[in-house]
Write a protein that binds this ligand. Structure first.
Ligand code: ATP
Ligand code: MG
Length: 162
């Protein structure tokens, strides 16, 4: 069993200096009271890392990250919100596809494989969870993960990624 609040806090600590170097900040509000869930520690750390990595890479000006957790329907919600470039409606439907990257513009000239979010979605769903995105172009993006506390006694790795 892993305490997701603790796991998120650890990833957040790793990004703190990077974000502060860009004169931004991370605002953590980890309010989930029951936050211990059956997740694979390594893969789930990567999941949270990917969301922070994207928020940093696709930033606009001073990056402000809001990271929240709370309990809902026998599960925990993890929300990672940024004030970055945002994603248009058409592209929001595609960002979870393998190898899909939003067509690169000048401000958007950062490297990536387009695999991060496909991996995130796969790992979350293998744990019986769901992920959703809300975004507005030039305003920011919010990812929300729902993880059930009870039903996911063990995560079921589906090896069919490619
Ligand atoms: P990788 O994660 O494999 O290194 P990547 O970051 O390009 O590469 P994803 O993490 O899957 O791939 O993201 C897909 C695309 O979605 C990105 O290329 C980017 O255009 C867009 N995107 C993802 N997260 C954000 C965000 N927080 N703000 C703005 N755009 C985003
Ligand atoms: Mg990425």
């Amino acid at each position: 069993k892993i305490d997701v609040n603790q796991l998120i806090h650890n990833v957040s600590t790793n990004f703190k200096l990077k974000i502060e170097n860009k004169k931004g900040k991370i605002i953590e509000s980890l309010e989930a009271k029951s936050s211990t869930v059956y997740v694979d520690e390594v893969h789930f750390t990567n999941v949270i890392f990917n969301l922070f990595d994207n928020a940093y890479k696709y930033r606009k000006g001073r990056p402000i990250l809001n990271v929240n957790t709370w309990n809902k329907n026998n599960g925990v919600i993890i929300s990672v919100k940024d004030n970055g470039l945002g994603i248009s409606k058409e592209n929001q439907n595609r960002i979870f596809e393998k190898f899909y990257r939003v067509p690169t513009g000048n401000v958007h000239d950062v490297k990536g494989f387009g695999l991060g979010l496909a991996y995130v979605k796969k790992i979350v769903e293998d744990h019986g969870g769901t992920i959703s995105v809300e975004s507005e172009l030039n305003v920011g993006t919010k990812f929300e993960i729902f993880l059930p506390i009870k039903s996911t006694k063990e995560w079921k790795k589906n090896t069919n990624f490619f």
